[in-house]
Design a protein around this ligand. Structure first.
Ligand code: HEM
Length: 313
């Protein structure tokens, strides 16, 4: 919040470049040494992207370090970079290098923004496509918060249909169709298949949420399936998968997304406010197209174009 708009735009620009180029560099991981010669141009481009990130992020990290030195008594707001600066690694208590901090900041920025904004766009697209769901959601919100009043965090707890819409969005359009690559620490046999030590293991996140053996009409957008007591619904849905795994948009287990709670809160908050204050309809001649495209996350191939009009005239 304290940064100039210009700096924020620079951060956005270097991070966006890193995200949108990400798929093109996978190939160099297969032949790291030989690839330096074969894919010389690709390596050069990759270094340039990284260099641009460093020139934008390192001054911000150093500024925070200076701030910390000056302000020994401690500021009340602790930001992510402060926690990295203070961190001492378990292996011998060494501090993180600037390089490592750039990578961690980059991961945090991408993991914490692109995922949520992608999920939000998919959810809004479905609300445009299904006006009856939008109407039902507005009526739930209006039953909890008076017209013109701010929708607060505690109000969201009283909106089960809102949560159902968010969960249905994450089931039908998980921003990540795979989790981050995992590996096993020793050879292991599951269901007769040997998984060798260090082999990359991943999960078909999207397919799990679309499995017709688990979900009725899986390709339909039906938030009701997450309502307690509904014909297709059941008990309170556990998105962390501790009891059983029917979908895992945030992964599951030890490496589950650490931003899960914040992500759900952001999604509920944005959807509630955008829908309560505006009516969202398809723009003239603009059909909502749910085709997908893989960027860093799986995004709308044809981004949502909607007509919005204030509900309160
Ligand atoms: C709808 C929004 C989000 C979705 C769908 C999502 C999904 C995921 C998934 C699938 C993973 C990989 C889990 C695994 O490897 O098993 C992950 C990891 C991660 N997420 Fe999220 N995420 C979201 C929002 C956020 C937010 C808001 C933050 C931070 C504020 C965040 C921070 C992270 C980080 C740091 C990791 C890496 C954790 C690790 O390396 O163990 N995510 N997320």
């Amino acid at each position: 919040e304290k940064l100039d708009e210009k700096v924020i735009k620079e951060v956005e620009s270097v991070q966006r470049k890193a995200i949108t180029s990400f798929g093109r560099f996978n190939v160099i991981a297969f032949m790291p040494r030989l690839g330096k010669i074969v894919f010389r141009k690709k390596w050069k481009e990759l270094y340039q992207i990284r260099h641009n990130q460093e020139s934008v992020l390192i001054p911000l990290i150093r500024a925070r370090q200076e701030q910390e030195k000056k302000n020994q008594k401690g500021e009340s707001i602790v930001c992510y970079v402060d926690t990295l600066l203070r961190l001492q690694l378990p292996d011998g208590g060494r501090k993180l290098t600037e390089d490592e901090m750039v990578s961690l900041c980059s991961e945090f920025l991408n993991a914490g923004t692109d995922t949520t904004s992608t999920a939000l766009q998919w959810i809004m697209a479905n609300l445009v496509k299904h006006p009856h769901i939008q109407a039902k959601l507005v009526s739930e919100i209006e039953g909890v918060v008076k017209s013109g009043e701010e929708i607060k965090e505690e109000d969201l707890q009283k909106m089960p249909y809102l949560m159902a819409v968010v969960l249905e969005g994450l089931r039908r359009h998980p921003p990540a169709h795979f989790v981050l690559p995992h590996a096993v620490t020793e050879d292991i046999t599951i269901d007769g298949y040997v998984i060798p030590k260090n082999a990359t293991v991943n999960f078909m996140v999207a397919e799990m949420g679309w499995d017709p053996k688990v979900w009725k009409d899986p390709m339909e957008f039906k938030p009701e399936r997450f309502l307690i007591g509904d014909v297709d619904g059941g008990e309170v849905f556990d998105v962390t998968g501790t009891r059983e795994i029917k979908m895992m948009p945030f992964g599951a287990g030890r490496r589950i997304c650490p931003g899960l709670g914040l992500a759900l809160l952001h999604l509920e908050y944005f959807v509630a406010n955008l829908i309560r204050d505006f009516e969202w309809t398809a723009g003239y001649g603009d059909e909502v197209d749910l085709s997908e495209k893989l960027e860093f996350t799986v995004v709308m191939k044809n981004p949502l174009r909607a007509h919005i009009s204030p509900r309160i005239k």
